[in-house]
Design a protein around this ligand. Structure first.
Ligand code: FAD
Length: 437
């Protein structure tokens, strides 16, 4: 296999795969050698589906989308022909009548939002509720990130409105939510197969270490199974998120953007039991908001229980695992018993479990209200895309938007180069007169 590509795409998440598909399907891209590299053994990045007992699919990463909020992703799903269904977790269950309290409090706070466009949500809520009650109310939304100083009050309301578990608290239950019943892993595999069939080559288990410019080409150094391999590329798209960009020698973000970027950890813990005991508690297909580090507990049909946390709660679970799996499971059990109406009975034994910690699960620009280009360009011509560059950061929709922009930028550049070389050919061509002397 040659070590040269006309277009090299680093990152085989949904953004990199989308770039590959758009470029190879374009008239100008179809004859170009396009290669996609990723450090993982499979494509998908933060989209990872796992088949569990009974054929059920657990999503370790991205899980749901809204046709109204995520039209590009909805179109992709529809075009794929893959099965999808209503995402059930739009009805949150609370302890201690917190649901009514949360709804009423958010409604009354929303009337004051305009006066506090720049206050953090915590400062804003503390002014009206007192600090302790503000923390309690914010934690009740299930998202620890809403406590962070960088999350302004308007941003927090926007986040609450645009998540299935919480949209109802702001009277915004209009958005539908869906999920892929067979898992998004199949969607990504389909994208990869389509790109391969059209001629895109994939190189997995290749970690990009550095990029150098050499004349009109980029020289990429990859770590692959103990070796360092070099690859030359005429054009380069970096479909990796900001934290991964920062690890390279590309002076990110200074040489790319006037903005700074941040990330938050996410953690999902999956538990299975011999019996779906939660059905008797009326919890099937409901999400229970917990006032402890479990935060959001999802009871999936009669299949499994999942807890999903961010920020400090995600770190709490990762730290618990570092102390040993027994301690982790003991904490899971204790926190479940704290919030479930078990009438003093112990939690049934956990039969099996698995988890996924994402140290940089969600990536974003630290100036969320700024006009941010949906794809970035380096002075050396490298293009970068990520959901973090869009207002849909943390959503697959954002990756699609950014990947479309990145591919358009490159296609424009390719067509300008093609026109320029056609003009140059025309200038160099001898012109013949039809009239012979
Ligand atoms: C727990 C969790 C829950 C989520 N829930 C939802 C949801 O319900 N709905 C939704 O729409 N979105 C959700 N998201 C967000 C969604 O997963 C992301 O927005 C999307 O998958 C990002 O895709 P991407 O291609 O831009 O980046 P990524 O998926 O991060 O892909 C980047 C790829 O680059 C590779 N890479 C990085 N560095 C290098 C390197 N140096 N060399 C080679 N390869 C490299 C990585 O291995 C990775 O495959 C969730 C994310 C997480 C983690």
């Amino acid at each position: 296999m040659t070590n040269y590509s006309d277009i090299c795409i680093v990152g085989a998440g949904i953004a990199g795969l989308t770039c590959a598909a758009r470029l190879i399907q374009s008239a100008i891209g179809e004859n170009l050698r396009i290669r996609v590299f990723d450090l993982n053994t499979a494509v998908g990045g933060r989209i990872r589906s796992r088949k569990i007992a009974g054929g059920e699919i657990a999503e370790l990463g991205a899980a749901r989308y809204s046709p109204q909020l995520h039209p590009r992703f909805q179109q992709l799903m529809q075009g794929s022909g893959l099965a999808h269904a209503v995402y059930p977790f739009t009805e949150a269950v609370f302890q201690d009548r917190m649901r009514e309290k949360l709804k009423a409090t958010l409604l009354s706070l929303s009337a004051m939002l305009k006066e506090h466009p720049h206050d953090s949500f915590l400062d804003f809520a503390s002014q009206y509720l007192g600090a302790a009650q503000a923390v309690r109310i914010i934690k009740a939304t299930g998202y620890d990130a809403l406590l962070l100083p960088m999350v302004s009050a308007p941003m927090a309301f926007d986040i609450i409105k645009k998540h299935p578990e919480t949209q109802d608290f702001t009277g915004n239950a209009g958005n539908e939510w869906r999920y892929a019943t067979g898992g998004y892993g199949e969607l990504l595999a389909q994208l990869q197969r389509q790109a391969q069939a059209a001629g895109v080559e994939f190189q997995l288990e290749h970690r990009l270490l550095s990029v150098e410019k050499s004349g009109a080409e980029h020289i990429l150094a990859f770590h692959h199974k103990g070796d360092t391999l070099r690859h030359r590329a005429r054009h380069l798209i970096m479909a990796i998120p900001p934290t991964a960009m920062q690890r390279l020698n590309l002076d990110f973000p200074a040489a790319w953007s006037p903005f700074q970027y941040g990330s938050l950890p996410l953690f999902k813990g999956f538990l299975s039991f011999d019996e779906a005991w939660w059905q008797a508690l009326g919890l099937s297909d409901k999400v229970l908001m917990a006032e402890n580090p479990l935060r959001k507990i999802y009871f999936k049909g009669d299949k499994y229980v999942l807890f999903y946390t961010d920020s400090s709660s995600a770190s709490y679970w990762q730290d618990s695992l570092a102390l040993g799996e027994d301690i982790y499971l003991e904490r899971v059990r204790r926190h479940l018993e704290e919030v479930l109406p078990l009438n003093g009975q112990p939690l049934p034994p956990i039969k099996d479990h698995f988890y996924q910690h994402w140290p940089h699960g969600v990536e974003f620009c630290l100036a969320p209200e700024a006009e941010h280009p949906a794809a970035l360009q380096h002075r050396d011509g490298i293009i970068a895309c990520s959901d973090a560059y869009t207002s849909h950061c943390g959503w697959m929709e954002g990756s699609l938007i950014s990947a479309h922009h990145a591919s358009e930028l490159l296609l424009e550049r390719l067509s300008q180069t093609a026109e320029a070389s056609a003009d140059a050919d025309a200038d160099n061509f001898p012109t013949y007169s039809t009239e012979r002397p």
